[in-house]
Design a protein around this ligand. Sequence first.
Ligand SMILES: Nc1ncnc2c1ncn2[C@@H]1O[C@H](COP(=O)(O)OP(=O)(O)OP(=O)(O)O)[C@@H](O)[C@H]1O
Ligand SMILES: [Mg+2]
Length: 223
Amino acid sequence: MITIALVAQKGGTGKTTLAVTLAVAAEQAGQTAVILDIDPQATACKWGDRREAGTPVVLDAQPARLGRALETAAAGGVDLVVIDTPARLESAALEAARFSSLVVMPCRPLIFDLETVPTSQQVVTLAGGPPVVAVLNATPPRGRRAAETRAALQEFGIVVCPHTLGQRAAVGDAVAMGLVAAEFMPSSRAAAEARDVADWIMREAGATDSVLMKETGCRNGQT
Ligand SMILES: Nc1ncnc2c1ncn2[C@@H]1O[C@H](COP(=O)(O)OP(=O)(O)OP(=O)(O)O)[C@@H](O)[C@H]1O
Ligand SMILES: [Mg+2]
């Protein structure tokens, strides 16, 4: 079982959006995915409430019960657990990182996001240091901001996903309906970017062969 935590001390960087995107991508690839929502805002749970499909299962969890929840998931044959953590709550992020094989840090090309990255890194180090990767999220279509943010993250010593997630209306429209972009607009740029990012993250998390890429059979919208 692969366990991935979405961590960023800054609010609104895209943790929940990427959490549900990863879990749906895994389900579409024939895997069983569970989202553990340890954010008191319960945004992932509310997304699950709006969703018609029964999977991925979204569970309302508490940081102190994560170990037990993960044991139950492993015993139930779950392939992927995605832990969605709250912003500004270091103890919750620390607990999630402690149990994860990979920490994913979404970061928008904004100084407010970037300046909180060292704090998030410290939390992960305190947790015993699972690998951390960053994903550039909500990047503008033009300009140098994404490249500059990538360079700044690399200076912090963080591996940055080579694929970026653009600022796309389909992303917000999809989650409003309990979907992700790949379901709402499967041939959109947003969906193609999400597939590339999900695939890369799964490889970083230790998936030996990319089930995601093989099963969806398409990258960048090409079948
Ligand atoms: N790539 C994107 N394109 C367009 N909108 C996006 C994108 N990623 C996220 N959003 C939107 O940005 C907002 C914040 O995203 P999200 O809730 O995933 O962030 P978060 O890090 O989980 O926030 P919080 O810290 O409050 O839990 C949401 O309205 C979401 O729809
Ligand atoms: Mg969130």
